[in-house]
Ligand binder design. Structure first.
Ligand code: S3P
Length: 171
């Protein structure tokens, strides 16, 4: 298995860290939201708005199932809800080593800034919603992952270095 999969909540830095690491390791980088967007020709926000969340979740499952057969030397960043859906987990495990980027509610709030591309958090007071979602999802992320990395107050460089150290110790 030559792939790494990033899981974790919105704004945990999956894409940013994934791209940085892919660059350093000369791996390909793929983001499930980007694949879905390209295939539907819609933004994630538009899919939620026009087709609803359930439809989006089906697209996620179809996407991860397809990717599970086709990846090599790839870093895959996944949408924050993908890894908490039971039927997706076996595909994630087939793809490669799973790294959970952990982030606190405070950091998510700092980064959110009314980002329209996160339809689940597009409300007046997202704090409660983030709190509830993190409580439900965090234990699942922990359980699914091979490694967990705390990302609060750390630079991209520090996080990628931590991951590289972990992987070199582990291999
Ligand atoms: C979601 C996370 C988003 C995106 C969608 C739903 C979630 O991706 O898939 O808005 O349920 O946590 P990011 O985690 O990349 O923001």
């Amino acid at each position: 298995m030559s792939n790494f999969v990033f899981i974790g909540y919105m704004f945990s830095g999956k894409s940013t860290i994934g791209k940085a690491l892919a660059n350093e390791l000369s791996y390909e980088f793929i983001d499930t939201d980007q694949v879905i967007s390209e295939e539907t020709d819609l933004t994630i926000a538009e899919i939620f708005e026009k087709k609803g969340e359930a439809y989006f979740r089906e697209l996620e499952t179809k996407t991860i199932k397809n990717l599970s057969k086709n990846l090599q030397n790839t870093i895959l960043s996944t949408g924050g809800g993908l890894s908490v859906r039971e039927e997706n987990i076996k595909y994630l495990k087939e793809i490669g080593t799973i790294i959970y980027l952990k982030v606190s509610k405070e950091t998510v709030l700092e980064r959110l800034n009314k980002d329209i591309e996160r339809p689940l958090l597009a409300e007046e007071n997202p704090e409660d919603k983030i709190d509830k979602m993190l409580k439900v999802r965090s234990p699942i992320y922990e359980q699914v992952a091979d490694f967990t990395i705390d990302t609060d107050n750390k630079s991209v460089e520090r996080i990628t270095n931590e991951i590289k150290t972990l992987l070199s110790l582990w291999r």
